[in-house]
Design a protein around this ligand. Structure first.
Ligand code: AMP
Length: 282
């Protein structure tokens, strides 16, 4: 596995691979890797001839007072995990490489970033879209693999690729969960034992609403109330939002007929966690 730190070297490497006719699969991450990330890498291995993974804790997607400085990092362990998944190139640029002095260009994907996390984290998706556009220009992937854990992010990247006529396929992969249902996240490492236990209520609440939907309930108000009722059972879980949105535009729905995304963000202690579940008529 080749580890690349500079933008120039990454460009050269991808140019060489493309000249050989190799199809590049790419998994962008912020590191502190877990099984969720590894599932994306497995998909990437299948999809392309070479697998590129990036680890970059992107400062422009963090707001003031968020956890940029204390975001968990363990590059040595991440390298081992990447090697284990057969990663060919690990790209680990510094913030200075990605945003040199006088950097001033940003990508703004408009409508789909307005709701959900866009409301509670102003500027977040602008940072995400910008860094992903930059990474795509450096890596020049044929396939990029993202997790449905960050569903709004996945929709945003699909939009970016379509609107800017980028020549790659964006592949979405299902949420990987711990055995007890908690969605895997690098931020789970912040949780105390007690918070970890309380956080189980998030997926419980999503499932409770899904169950009602499967029993025939179609009113978003009723479905959301059921999810809120379950969340409130656990006082340590403080709701940021819980919403039912359409899966393409991320707009609030009043009734769910065929399909919707039930998405939530909560705070458990100091830790912000997100999760979602799809409701789909069978
Ligand atoms: P992050 O390192 O948290 O920025 O995540 C990098 C990629 O991994 C994103 O595409 C995430 O959606 C994806 N990811 C994170 N957690 C999970 C999970 N539990 N299941 C599936 N994909 C995930």
């Amino acid at each position: 596995m080749k580890v690349i730190e500079s933008v120039q070297d990454m460009k050269k490497a991808s140019q060489a691979l493309r000249a050989e006719g190799k199809k590049i699969a790419f998994v962008p991450t912020m590191g502190y890797l877990h099984e969720g990330h590894l599932s994306l890498m497995k998909k990437g291995r299948e999809a392309g001839d070479v697998l590129v993974v990036s680890i970059f804790v992107n400062p422009t997607q963090f707001g003031k007072g968020e956890d940029l400085e204390r975001y968990p990092r363990d590059l040595e362990k991440d390298k081992r995990l990447c090697k284990g998944e057969g990663v060919d190139i690990l790209f680990v640029p510094s913030a200075g490489e990605m945003y040199p002095e006088n950097y001033q260009t940003y990508v703004d994907v408009e409508k789909v970033t307005k709701n959900l996390c866009g409301l509670s984290r102003p500027g977040h998706f602008r940072g995400v879209a910008t860094v992903v556009a930059k990474l795509f220009n450096l890596v020049r992937p044929d396939y990029a693999i993202f997790g449905e854990k960050d569903f709004q992010q996945l929709v945003t990247i699909k939009r970016l690729v379509k609107d800017l006529n980028m020549d790659l396929d964006v592949i979405g992969m299902p949420i990987v969960r711990e055995a007890d249902g908690l969605a895997m996240s690098s931020r789970n490492s912040y949780l105390s034992q007690e918070e970890r236990r309380a956080a189980l209520n998030i997926y419980r609440a999503l499932r409770a609403a899904k169950k009602l939907f499967e029993e025939g309930e179609r009113s978003a108000g009723v479905l959301l109330n059921e999810a809120k009722r379950v969340i409130e059972i656990e006082p340590m879980v403080v709701l940021d939002y819980i919403k039912l949105v359409d899966v393409e535009m991320m707009e609030d729905m009043e009734r769910v007929e065929d399909e919707a995304l039930l998405a939530t963000a909560v705070r458990v202690g100091e830790t912000r966690l997100i999760d979602n579940i799809k409701l789909r008529k069978t």
